[in-house]
Design a protein around this ligand. Structure first.
Ligand code: ZN
Length: 74
């Protein structure tokens, strides 16, 4: 399956690449959501960082994750 076959709704999307966060693991999970769901995206990425990488799920982590959000045009 090609990436295009995901049939993402055209428009502005936001993405968090776990590999861009400070961590000793070699993780390349990418989480994406439409621009209108930025909060859901940050929630999901913060939860991932806490569950899988042992970070404390607090406002500091949420803020760090939020700072890595990238804009993607689909
Ligand atoms: Zn990760």
């Amino acid at each position: 399956m090609a990436f295009e076959e995901l049939n993402l709704a055209p428009g502005t999307w936001l993405a968090v690449d776990c590999g861009s966060l400070p961590s000793e693991s070699n993780c390349h999970v990418v989480i994406a959501a439409p621009e209108s769901q930025r909060e859901d995206l940050v929630d999901a990425a913060t939860g991932h960082a806490a569950d899988k990488h042992g970070h404390t799920n607090d406002e500091a982590l949420r803020s760090a994750v939020s700072g890595t959000v990238q804009t993607v045009q689909v």
